[in-house]
Write a protein that binds this ligand. Sequence first.
Ligand code: AMP
Ligand code: ZN
Length: 460
Amino acid sequence: MVDIRLTNTRTRKKESFQPLDARNVRLYLCGPTVYDRAHLGNARPVLVFDVLVRLLRHVYGESHVTYVRNFTDVDDKINARAAQSGRDIRDITEETIGWYHADMDALGADRPDHEPRATDYITQMIAMIENLITRRHAYVAEGHVLFDVRSYGEYGRLSGRTVDDMIAGARVEVAPFKRDPMDFVLWKPSGEGQPGWDSPWGNGRPGWHIECSAMAAALLGPSFDIHGGGMDLQFPHHENEVAQSCCAHPDGEFARFWLHNEMLQVEGKKMSKSLGNFFTVRDLLDKGVPGEVIRFVMLSTHYRKPMDWTEAKAADAEAVLRRWRGLVAGIEPATSPAPAVIDALRDDLNTAGAIAALHDLANREDLPVFLASAQMMGLMLPEMGSWAEAGDDAAAMIEALLTARADARKSRDFARADAIRDGFAAAGVEVKDTAQGAEWSLAAGFDEERLAELARAYSA
Ligand code: AMP
Ligand code: ZN
C-alpha cells in the first residue's frame, strides 16, 4: 500500500496515514456559508481536498472513499442579506448553491459524495445538544444553550492554547448568562423575522459550530479519518467541533487527522474589500481566465504555505497548459500515473513537487504517462480543455486574415501585411511561414476579441 504522509494539526507532525477502514476512507471539509459568490480564497481548500480525494481514490479504490462537504444555509449573514434585499432566505441559499456548483465545477473540482445542508440536519443538531446537556457539557440560560468549555479538559488542544490564554487574547462575546466568557452558543432564540425551529428550548436556531459535528456524525460516524478547512477555521470553529463531538460521543475520536490550508493572498497582500483586490472565482472566469489555469496556479503552491495569486502566475500557467495541450493532441493516457508524481503527492500532498514531475515527464516526452499523471491531479482532462482550442469562429477569422495577408503581399502592400502580422502577435496567434504555407497556433494570452477586431479591420 502506498504510504501517504500528512501533516496532522492535532499532533503538529507529519504522520503516516492509516484509515480506520481501508474500504471506506472518510473525509469532511467545512464548506461555504451560502449568501454570496465564493471568493478566490474559498477555492483553495476545495482544490486541496479535491487532489487529496483523487489520491485516496487512486490508492484505496474509486468507491472506497466518502467525501462530505457541507453547505451552511442558516447563518446571521444570510439573514442580513435577506433583510437587506427583501428576498426569501431559501431563494438566496438556492441561488448561491447553484453558483457555487458552477464555479467549483469550472475549476475541475469533483462534487463530494454528500453535500449536506445544515437546515436538513436540525433534528440531529437538537438531539446532539440534548445529549450534551444530559452529559453536563452544556447548559440552558435565557433561551440559549451554551457549551461549557471548562467541562472539557482537552479544550484548546487542537489549536494549541489554554482557555486562559484564549480569554486573554481573544475578542470574546461577553454575555451575562455565560458561565465562562469562552462558552459558545449551541442554540439561540429566534425573534420575529428570523428563521426558527421548535426545540425543547423554544423556537430558535443552531449556533454555527454544531452543524458540522452533527452532519459529520450522521454521515461519517463518531470517528472518521480526515477533517479539513482553512487555517482561519482552526480556532474557534474546529476547536468547538472537537469539543462538541468528543463530549457527545465519548467513545469516538471525531477526526483523526486535521488538515489546514494556509491563506490565499493577492499580489502579496491580504485579499480584502477595502484594499480593492477582492474578487470572486466568477470574476476571474468572466475575465477569461480558464478554470484549469486557476487550478494550476493554486496547486503550484504547497497547501501549508501562504499562496500568492498574481496575474504573472496565471499567464505563466496558461502558457504551460497551452504547450502541454499541444503536446498531447491525439495521445491516450497510460493506465497508471508516474511513480514520481504519486511520490510527491503522498508526501503531505506536495502538489508543487508533482507539477515539477509533470514538467519532467513532458520534457522527456513520456506523453501517455505524463497525461495519466496530469489527469490524476485533475489537469489536462478533455472536458477542461475547450478554452485552449480555437473555436470554429476563431479558426475562420485566422484563415481569412491569412488570405488577406497573402493578398497584401502579392499587391506589394507590405505595410498592410505587417499590420496583420503585428495584429496576430497582439491577439496571441502564432504564425509560422513554412514551405507548405502558413501554420498557426494559439499562444498564451490568446484574445478572441482582439482577433475579431483585426478581422473586422483587415479581412475582406
Ligand atoms: P467561509 O465561507 O468564509 O467559512 O470559508 C469557506 C472556506 O474557505 C473555509 O475552509 C475557509 O477556511 C476557506 N478560506 C476563506 N478565506 C480563505 C483564504 N483567503 N485563503 C484560503 N482559504 C480561505
Ligand atoms: Zn465546520
